[in-house]
Design a protein around this ligand. Structure first.
Ligand SMILES: NC(=O)NCCC[C@H](N)C(=O)O
Length: 299
């Protein structure tokens, strides 16, 4: 069945960088010219949306909420698989106010048939959505990051909620505070990852689970450009302005890289992947070629 990959984005009309909860956040740089920054952020979000649509995706645009600037990163709102949304619980008070608004938004999506079921996490654990929990359709399990934000106990909650295997990857550094900052699953099953971001045990787990030829080591430079935090859609990889070296490496694997200037969002520690949330991820096994067609990319 041909389906259109469905993404959620949140408009950056209420976006700013006004607090510091990860090492990338630069309220000082935002404050130099907040109006100009906001304009750049609006243009950047438009460009990201256009790139996703150009690649065959459809984008559901939601409104932001004043005083909750990081709602522009809906990857952190929930984990979604087979129409079921497990709503996030944020570690930092600065983001906890988003929870009630994302719940309202997801109820609206449910009424419109874009989400089937909404569930909440058991008490006592943090889990920051698809930023720390990535479904791998080819391998039939979640990759789940924990440490800086999501709690270790979230692994069990994810497994119980979705009745799927969860492969834990402990994050070694606050710089990679979410898994999606240092780990990107490409549509052909390759994984672009930054080795120094994972604990020795997580590295062993990753290298045991994935064939070496499917692992692509990212560099420090790729991290600094927020290029690992990318949207993979069929052969298209949509990411912030990219190092030529990474572009060439991805091209050599048959991908085409679309670059978007996401500088205002990088001042908050975010890139293309976390500015989006896939609403249509399916656990149905993938069949066929290494590089799925856009229809297959829906999975
Ligand atoms: N990497 C992500 O999944 N999300 C970006 C979140 C940025 C936000 N300023 C935060 O620190 O939570």
């Amino acid at each position: 069945m041909v389906t259109t990959p469905q993404f959620l984005m949140v408009s950056p009309t209420c976006f700013d960088v006004s607090y510091h909860i990860n090492p990338w956040m630069r309220p000082d740089a935002w404050q130099e010219d907040p109006d100009a920054m906001r304009q750049r952020a609006l243009a950047a979000a438009d460009a990201l949306r256009a790139s996703i649509e150009q690649a065959g995706g459809s984008v559901e645009m939601a409104d932001g909420v004043p005083g909750l600037p990081d709602m522009v990163f809906p990857a952190n709102a929930a984990v979604v698989l087979d129409g079921k949304a497990m709503m996030a619980r944020f570690r930092y008070p600065e983001r906890q106010g988003e929870e009630v608004h994302f719940l309202t938004l997801f109820r609206t999506l449910q009424q419109r048939g874009l989400i089937r079921e909404i569930v909440t996490l058991p008490p006592g654990c943090f889990q920051e959505g698809a930023g720390d929990c990535i479904w791998d359709a080819g391998r039939q399990h979640f990759w789940a990051g924990f440490g800086p934000r999501s709690s270790r106990s979230s692994l069990e909650a994810i497994a119980a909620t979705f009745d799927k295997r969860v492969v834990p990857l402990e994050l070694a550094t606050e710089r990679c505070y979410h898994l999606d900052v240092c780990f990107c699953l490409l549509s052909g099953g390759e994984i672009l990852y930054l080795p120094s971001a994972l604990t020795p045990q997580a590295l062993r787990t990753l290298r045991r689970t994935v064939n070496p030829d499917m692992l692509i080591e990212a560099t420090e430079d790729d991290l600094l450009h927020f290029n690992i935090n990318a949207v993979s859609l069929g052969r298209e990889i949509i990411t912030s302005l990219c190092t030529p070296a990474l572009r060439q490496r991805l091209q050599a694997r048959g991908y085409h890289v679309t670059e978007v200037d996401l500088a205002p969002f990088m001042l908050s520690g975010g890139g293309a992947y976390c500015m989006t949330l896939r609403l249509d991820r399916s656990s149905a096994p993938q069949h066929g070629a290494l590089h799925p067609t856009l229809a297959d990319a829906a999975h």
